[in-house]
Ligand binder design. Structure first.
Ligand code: KMH
Ligand code: ZN
Length: 285
């Protein structure tokens, strides 16, 4: 099996600082998280940003500061959220792509999100993909529901998306596909040929689905964006969640990928690590 890529999603858009003292709010705090999760075995970080008061922001300057802080602290593959928070406009969501992170998620369809709707119509997806192509950012396909894989194939057929890509199954969002082993296996069977995959189980399903993914040869996303608990009633830190998956992988005999090994698996160029557009000139596949 390929080495295991552990992605960490430390912030998200739905958490409030009242829910956990471990939410990184400032760029400096994100940099500190990056150093700790890298030491624990993570290879990639999925970034959302907050204002100093904890509210969500997709402000480009804030992402630039976060990128610089993460880069100063680590060699992690950096993904910038393009989903943002419910209610952000597509233009706001895509704005930080100008900073040319190595990757960014493309949410592959509209989905109920609790009582709200996370809107990803075909025009929205095509618009975000166009910005990714413009700035040379590699998409990670975020799949919240079974039909989202069909949407990705449709985008490929219309020439808006190149396949294969890396796919992240986000299972257990209230309104999306339930987080179960059966659903994960069905999703993996339906993957377009050549795609790599990871799973992000929401809430208490983060651990069982991560464990199954390690055994199946897939990859894993953990972090407070998806789950704030280490065990029932006990809040987690991001590095604890990463460390636990790394230990499970060790028990199962699966090596863990460094960021550069993950770049090779994901067919990303290993490039000079620059936190801004100025350094990101290498042509990407
Ligand atoms: N916050 C969710 C509505 C992404 O980061 O691109 C969407 C999300 C996906 O988290
Ligand atoms: Zn996210």
């Amino acid at each position: 099996m390929e080495p295991l890529i552990v992605t960490v999603a430390p912030v998200g858009a739905e958490l409030s600082p009242e829910q956990t003292p471990h939410l990184a709010v400032t760029p400096a705090q994100l940099g500190a998280v990056a150093a700790k999760v890298r030491a624990a075995g993570a290879a990639m970080i999925h970034v959302h940003c907050r204002n100093d008061d904890g509210s969500n922001t997709h402000d480009v300057a804030r992402f630039a500061a976060a990128y610089a802080a993460i880069r100063a602290a680590s060699d992690l593959i950096v993904q910038f959220s393009t989903g943002g928070a419910i209610g952000m406009t597509p233009a706001e969501r895509a704005a930080p792509l100008v900073l040319q992170p190595e990757m960014a998620p493309l949410s592959c369809g509209t989905v109920n999100f609790g009582d709200e709707i996370f809107e990803n119509s075909f025009p929205i997806m095509r618009g975000i993909l166009a910005e990714m192509h413009r700035f040379g950012v590699r998409p990670e396909l975020e799949v919240f529901d079974r039909g989202h894989l069909s949407n990705a194939v449709r985008l490929a057929k219309t020439g808006h998306l190149q396949l294969p890509q890396h796919v992240d199954f986000v299972l257990g969002v209230p309104g999306g596909l339930d987080a179960s082993v059966e659903n994960l296996v069905e999703c993996v069977r339906a993957l377009p040929s050549g795609c790599t995959w990871s799973v992000a189980g929401i809430g208490r399903m983060q651990l069982p689905l991560a464990t199954v993914a390690v055994a199946m040869g897939g990859h894993v996303r953990v972090g407070l964006e998806d789950n704030i608990y280490y065990s029932r009633g006990r809040l987690a830190t991001n590095e604890e969640l990463v460390g636990r998956v790394v230990r499970i992988a060790g028990e199962l005999g699966r090596p863990v990928a460094t960021p550069d090994e993950a770049r090779r698996i994901l067919r990303l160029p290993v490039r000079a690590l620059a936190p801004s557009a100025a350094g990101a000139v290498t042509k990407r596949a």
